[in-house]
Design a protein around this ligand. Structure first.
Ligand SMILES: *Cc1c(COP(=O)(O)O)cnc(C)c1O
Length: 367
């Protein structure tokens, strides 16, 4: 049996007619930049996330970049984040000329360990970027408390966590702003690149709004140096079709997660630990196992899709060697990078597929 890590065709088949209809509306109008679809999506995402405002942008990466620029973070500044995340989180910090300062993760959740943030704060620290990895939010209460005491901005990297919750609050609604990605493999994926920034800070909203358009206000008068960070209306049109289904899809992912977790109970396979305070959207279902690389090869040979998120923690990436970090600096992140493996969790998985995945893994360890 073949079980891909993600099957976007299965999902598209259920919404194809409506997506084509909505895209056709955009094409017929020839309003191909901005316009009512983008505005409608912004309004609905703000509502979903419990924020006053949302600004559509060109990707999750640009959501982080535009947030940093709008918060005035740049050369000489430091931004604290986790080394166990997708590259963009720290890449954007470096791109604005600031220094990424890494602190290790909590091995249970893979998210930034709040107790390590305070010791990393210096006079140059301007912000913290907690990442809500794999769909589970970081422990935001202590993060907000430490950030508040030191007057730091908090940029939530919620690219993997749209509509996830922490103590009843939605991802992107707790920090100064929240960054979302509509990369096709995220729970709410577009038909190309796209992203969103959420905030309830009116001044920041205004800055983000003009920053995505080269910082101009009015047109051709540039207060700030922004960029072209705009969201295409064709993306917004497709996303508006998918948005009402997001909750149903995330619930199906949670059901699949519960199914696997039950199957792996009392086995050698470490399953995701979701804090009681959190509702995860399971963008990924990540197990922790011995002999991980052998298991990966075995699953591939059995036609089961799986992936390592992420094989090299950011402090050990070649491009960040100038930061002077070494092997051993962030042991929990390094250990996770050696042991984690993401399994197929997408909503359309059948029971047969899940059984096959679980059985193949359990049998591998029984040999
Ligand atoms: C996907 C992702 C991003 C970047 O989003 P893009 O839309 O691909 O630019 C940033 N951070 C995290 C944690 C992500 O998962």
């Amino acid at each position: 049996m073949q079980v891909p890590l993600l099957d976007l065709k299965a999902q598209y088949a259920t919404i194809k007619d409506e997506v084509l209809k909505q895209i056709n509306e955009v094409l017929d109008s020839q309003r191909c930049i901005g316009g009512p679809k983008v505005e409608e999506l912004e309004k609905k995402i703000a509502e979903l996330c419990g924020c006053k405002y949302a600004v559509g942008v060109s990707s999750g990466t640009d959501a982080i970049l535009a947030s940093l620029i709008s918060l005035g973070i740049g050369i000489g500044d430091e931004v604290i984040t986790t080394p166990f995340t997708f590259f963009a989180t720290a890449g954007c910090i470096a791109r604005v000329g600031a220094k990424p300062v890494f602190v290790d993760i909590d091995p249970k959740t893979y998210n930034i360990n709040p107790s390590l943030i305070e010791p990393a704060i210096t006079k140059k620290t301007k912000a913290v970027i907690p990442v809500h990895l794999f769909g589970q939010m970081a422990d935001m209460d202590p993060i907000m408390q430490i950030a508040g005491q030191a007057s730091l901005a908090v940029i939530e990297d919620a690219c993997q966590a749209i509509s996830a919750a922490y103590k009843g609050k939605k991802a992107g609604s707790i920090g100064t702003c929240g960054c979302f990605s509509f990369f096709p493999s995220k729970n709410l994926g577009g038909i190309g690149d796209g992203g969103m920034v959420t905030t309830s800070d009116e001044e920041l909203y205004h800055k983000l709004f003009i920053m995505r358009n080269h910082g101009s206000e009015p047109k051709y008068y540039h207060k700030f140096i922004g960029g072209n960070f705009r969201l295409d209306p064709i993306q917004a049109a497709a996303l508006l079709v998918k948005l009402p289904l997001l909750d149903k899809w995330s619930q199906a992912r949670r059901r699949n997660a519960a199914y696997y977790t039950k199957k792996f109970k009392d086995s050698i396979v470490g399953t995701p630990q979701i804090s009681e305070d959190c509702v995860s959207i399971f963008n990924q279902y990540v197990i922790r196992v011995p002999r991980r690389d052998e298991l990966l090869k075995h699953l591939q040979s059995q036609q089961i899709g799986c992936e390592i998120y992420y094989p090299v923690p950011l402090h050990l990436q070649e491009c960040f060697s100038y930061l002077g970090c070494r092997q051993g600096d962030f042991p929990e992140s390094e250990k996770a990078a050696q042991e984690v493996l993401a399994l197929p969790i997408y909503p359309e998985l059948t029971s047969k597929m899940k059984d096959y995945v679980a059985k193949t893994i359990l049998e591998f360890y029984q040999q």
